[in-house]
Design a binder for this molecule. Structure first.
Ligand code: ZN
Ligand code: ZN
Length: 268
């Protein structure tokens, strides 16, 4: 039901609801803070905004968007100035052409991302997905992307978790695109051409060298024809050291991908 209210900006069905309809909607599906679960007054804010999804106390922790200035390549955010290449990228240009994000991995984002990923708080998707689509539209041209690939999970991990959090972030992309443009997108969300063939233990807490070693040969391209000469957009939930995306990009480029960009929910 709530999915109906999560389309992209300007096209939100929720905005057209009358006050009475809103009242009944709230009775049946009360608005709870997606973090602490206290009851919210839905008010008049768009249903996907921070104000409509979180209480004041939680919002006070900060919910910063991913915004310039940042490194034009790896998306590392700067405190001031213009967009430019960061020192690390200047020293060695990464394989990934651009890393862009919806949010900065700070404040409230640090609380809700683990809830989403490890405690299956999937109601957060209604907040995350429109933000992701918005970031996608802001930072990428539709015609320059051929395939959108959520970072795959190993079958064992997928079975344990029950869902792939990266896929949930882009699951509704094609539908949202159709609603806005009235036509099908040229790109395709692809969950089969890249596979995770190596089970890796949870990354948190490991240093970068250990992470890289753990990830070596973790991915495999299963459909070369789908990847060769294509522009790939990898999607992940969070970008910290970038080791996961870098390894996936290496494998995709080795399989003949034209270029690899990355879109994440939150950039550390
Ligand atoms: Zn709250
Ligand atoms: Zn950089």
């Amino acid at each position: 039901m709530l999915r109906v209210f999560t389309n992209n900006k300007g096209k939100t069905f929720g905005r057209h609801l009358t006050k009475t309809a809103r009242f009944f909607q709230a009775l049946v599906f009360p608005y709870l803070c997606l973090n602490c679960r206290i009851l919210l007054n839905p008010g008049t804010a768009g249903p996907y905004t921070g104000q409509a999804c979180f209480c004041k106390q939680c919002l006070a922790r900060g919910l910063p968007l991913f915004e310039p200035p940042f490194c034009t390549r790896c998306g590392h955010m700067f405190d001031a100035g213009e967009n430019h290449l960061c020192e690390t990228c200047l020293k060695r240009l990464p394989r990934i052409r651009r890393v862009r994000a919806a949010l900065a991995y700070q404040g409230l984002v640090r609380d809700i991302l683990p809830l989403f990923k490890y405690q299956a708080r999937l109601s957060l998707t209604r907040f995350f997905e429109p933000l992701m689509f918005d970031a996608f539209s802001r930072f990428f041209e539709n015609k320059e992307i051929h395939r959108i690939l959520p970072i795959p999970l190993h079958t064992r991990k997928l079975r344990q978790r029950g869902f792939n959090q990266s896929f949930l972030l882009v699951r509704g992309f094609a539908k949202t695109y159709c609603k806005i443009h009235g036509t099908k997108p040229l790109w395709k969300v692809d969950t089969t051409s890249l596979k995770r063939v190596r089970y890796t233990s949870p990354q948190t807490g490991f240093d970068i060298a250990v992470r890289r070693k753990n990830l070596k040969n973790a991915f495999q391209v299963t459909d070369t024809a789908a990847i060769k000469d294509r522009n790939i957009l990898l999607v992940d939930d969070v970008y910290t050291t970038g080791a996961t995306c870098a390894e996936a990009a290496r494998v995709l480029l080795a399989a003949g991908a034209n270029r690899v960009d990355v879109l994440v929910l939150a950039r550390a």
